[in-house]
Write a protein of this length. Structure first.
Length: 556
């Protein structure tokens, strides 16, 4: 076959260790073992597809049988043995496809053939590709020969499924795990190939090829070959053209879509997705890419542009970094969980396209609910702060006998040393004998947040000495138990046990107050004066009732 008519993956297949990229440590180890005359009985190469397992096996075979010896290995002008191995015609080097020769009989024939020494080289070598495809009986038949082969016999195994090989076989081999090729290294490699082929491909298109190939050299060369063949000689393959050819869409569309999800612009979100779908992107591929974008949003502060494996360009990286600063990590984790469940859901629905649209709509509603919950929490916290400030102001006015119907400015107050009330340093432990006592203590100690949680989000089930049993609602602060236990120990010098109960318990203090207030309002509504007011002012609405008898009967 004419070398120019070969596909790029075969045309530029490495023939020496020096031309093999990304596996320098393995290459050095093998060469050193051959130089030291400590060649193992069998080599086992494992890794993902297209990173050089079979290629490395052939290079090892050439290195072992090269007529020039290990010190002067063939590089360009190959010797007779190396040339025969390259053409798969060497009589002492047999390459076997285990997928087609899986049975024990095939292995027996191999063992029988191994009884005869090499004809024209130093070693007789069996290269078994996809060795995991051998049957259990075939592996067992191979064990004895593999452990103690003749000195001239060497095995070289290659597989993508190392876990399917019996451990008894693996332990008899010198194992090498071939790593994925780094994105920058693969980019430079295919760029050189592109230049040798006089191809017109932009760097952005090459980076997309590297991204899609996922560290596989063969995949990258196959994609490059496809890209070069799809365009005219005078046309450059740019990023847009590459995306169309490889069925890949621009990541910036996903970033824009994500930003619109956060804004709740449903119509625009659906339109962007439909444009992506019209480009030929499958729903599962869309979800996987969406998960990748979520990962970048969550971890962008710990990543560099290079570590994204060309998935993002400078502009996209910066945009994600700016947006991520405004998003709570909890939201991104929830989105991730929803995306995973939607990915599983695609296996059960007939119209996956519609399922993706509903997935995006659910994300928008989920974010709006989460946002509303945060705003409500901020509002509650703001009310607590406002209430605390007002209480402190009232206390100051009550204790300051000289302030009469006027507000002194700051300079006047600085001249007058304020009277400070002595702080309660300790509380008698016998004073906390009920839930109401606990609320009073919180009020005395100005523990507003703790008092708020007890009144609003806690339902008392049982109160005993040094033991409180409660139930709670979803709004209870996550640090409530820790804070309450700490304060009780500080106030009473005793340990208290806080337990959660499945029982509903009593109504919360706030619920009791609301019920009491509702009862008062209903009583007023049944009074004659209320009826008279409503006849005079039919648009009036009763929103609150205040009793003048006692100050504590006033409800806000």
């Amino acid at each position: 076959m004419n070398n120019n008519s070969k596909v790029l993956a075969l045309k530029y297949r490495p023939q020496t260790f020096d031309s093999l990229i990304g596996q320098e440590v393995m290459s050095e180890t093998i060469i050193n073992s051959i130089k030291a005359d400590k060649v193992p009985n069998a080599y086992l190469f494992t890794g993902i597809r297209g990173i050089g397992k079979t290629t490395t096996a052939r290079i090892v075979a050439k290195t072992l049988n090269c007529l020039n010896g290990i010190e002067k290995l063939c590089e360009k002008n190959f010797c007779e043995n190396c040339e025969a191995i390259i053409n798969s015609s060497h009589i002492d080097v047999m390459e076997i496809d285990a997928a087609s020769n899986t049975g024990v009989d095939n292995v027996r024939e191999l063992i029988e053939f191994s009884r005869y020494g090499p004809t024209s080289s130093k070693y007789k070598i069996f290269i078994i590709d996809e060795v995991h495809m051998l049957s259990k009986q075939a592996f067992n038949a191979l064990l004895k020969t593999l452990e103690e082969p003749p000195k001239y016999l060497k095995f070289i195994f290659a597989t993508t499924e190392i876990k399917k090989i019996p451990i008894t076989v693996v332990s008899r081999c010198q194992r090498f795990d071939l790593s994925r090729i780094k994105s920058s290294e693969l980019f430079e490699f295919i760029k050189k190939i592109k230049d040798k082929e006089n191809g017109k491909v932009s760097n952005e298109a090459l980076k997309l090829i590297v991204k899609i190939s996922e560290g596989s050299v063969r995949d990258a060369l196959s994609l490059l070959d496809r890209g070069l063949l799809s365009l005219d000689e005078n046309t450059e393959l740019d990023l847009t053209g590459a995306q169309k050819i490889f069925g890949y869409f621009d990541k910036s569309q996903l970033i824009n879509l994500f930003e619109l999800i956060l804004k709740g612009e449903e119509e625009k979100v659906i339109n962007i997705y439909r444009k992506i779908y019209d480009q030929g992107v499958e729903p599962k591929a869309f979800i996987n890419d969406f998960l990748e974008i979520l990962y970048y949003f969550k971890n962008i502060n710990s990543l560099s542009l290079e570590s994204t494996n060309f998935s993002l360009n400078d502009e996209e990286f910066t945009k994600i970094k700016n947006i991520s600063d405004q998003i709570d990590s909890e939201v991104l984790i929830l989105f991730w969980q929803f995306a995973i469940s939607s990915l599983e859901e695609l296996d059960f629905v007939s119209n996956q396209h519609l399922s993706i649209e509903m997935f995006l709509i659910r994300l928008m509603h989920l974010y709006s609910i989460k946002l509303k919950k945060n705003l409500d929490q901020e509002e509650r916290n703001g009310n607590l702060v406002y209430q605390t400030v007002n209480e402190e102001k009232e206390q100051i006015f009550e204790d300051s006998s000289k302030i009469v119907n006027q507000i002194k400015n700051i300079s006047q107050e600085e001249k007058k040393k304020p009277e400070v009330k002595p702080e309660i340093k300790a509380i008698d432990k016998n004073l906390i004998n009920s839930f109401d006592d606990l609320l009073d203590i919180c009020n005395q100690k100005k523990e507003i947040k703790l008092k708020y949680e007890l009144e609003k989000n806690v339902n008392l089930v049982k109160f005993e000495r040094n033991r409180i049993e409660i139930s709670f609602n979803d709004n209870l602060d996550k640090d409530f138990v820790k804070d309450l236990s700490s304060k009780l120990f500080e106030w009473t010098s005793e340990r208290w046990i806080i337990t959660f109960s499945k029982s509903k318990g009593e109504m919360s203090v706030k619920e009791k107050q609301r019920n009491k207030q509702d009862k008062l309002i209903n009583e007023v509504k049944s009074s004659e004066i209320y009826k008279m007011v409503m006849e005079t002012f039919p648009d009036a609405e009763l929103v609150d009732v205040m009793l003048n008898e006692k100050k504590e009967d006033k409800y806000d």
